[in-house]
Design a protein around this ligand. Sequence first.
Ligand SMILES: [Zn+2]
Ligand SMILES: [Zn+2]
Length: 131
Amino acid sequence: MEDNKLSELYESVINIDKNKLVSYLKCPLCTGIFRTPFTINECMHTFCKSCIFKFFHLNPLKDYCPVCEMKLGGKPLETLIFDHSIAVLIEILFPEFEVLDKEAMVINIFLIKLKAFHDFFISKIFFNFED
Ligand SMILES: [Zn+2]
Ligand SMILES: [Zn+2]
């Protein structure tokens, strides 16, 4: 596809009513926008990676799609494929997701440091008491 045709396509995707598109980008398990979309190869239903992995891990006897209940032949995890096109679409529509992920990581690191400081401080107090 020519470059300008490709950019026209992106334009049309961006100009589509976001609310309408969002309804196609919602995970049926958590009802949020797909986070790392994975699609079941057999029926093409899509879920967040963590949602569908959790579904199969917590229910080892369930080897069917949680939406259409199509049987997946005993190895449901093998039917999952990363859905690159949906991931790209979400990246275009919701660039703030990446920022949120980074913020969550920074907060996690801060909490780990705080915990380490707290533990260090507590051990100091006990040490002083023993003195
Ligand atoms: Zn989900
Ligand atoms: Zn399905």
